[in-house]
Design a protein around this ligand. Structure first.
Ligand code: FES
Length: 80
């Protein structure tokens, strides 16, 4: 049987479980984290997070299917 949930470990120590294809913003909120937002169109970079070492823009990308455990780091941009 194929697993459909991804474990997401957030920097505040909370883990959430989600199906691939769901949005990062919603998943972060479940963990009690507000990802900073700007344009919501993928151009400003305010919402960048690091997913298993790779930077992704949370507003336009979804939870991938390639990993079952994802470790997240947040960036803080002094301009946002
Ligand atoms: S909010 Fe601007 S790139 Fe995501």
């Amino acid at each position: 049987m194929k697993k459909c949930n991804v474990t997401i470990n957030w920097p505040n120590g909370v883990s959430t479980y989600s199906k691939p294809g769901k949005g990062w913003i919603e998943s972060a909120r479940k963990a009690g984290i507000e990802i900073p937002m700007g344009c919501l169109k993928g151009s400003c970079g305010a919402c960048e997070i690091e997913v298993n070492g790779e930077v992704t823009r949370a507003c336009i990308n979804t939870i991938p299917t390639s990993n079952e455990i994802l470790n997240i780091k947040l960036y803080t941009d002094p301009y946002w």
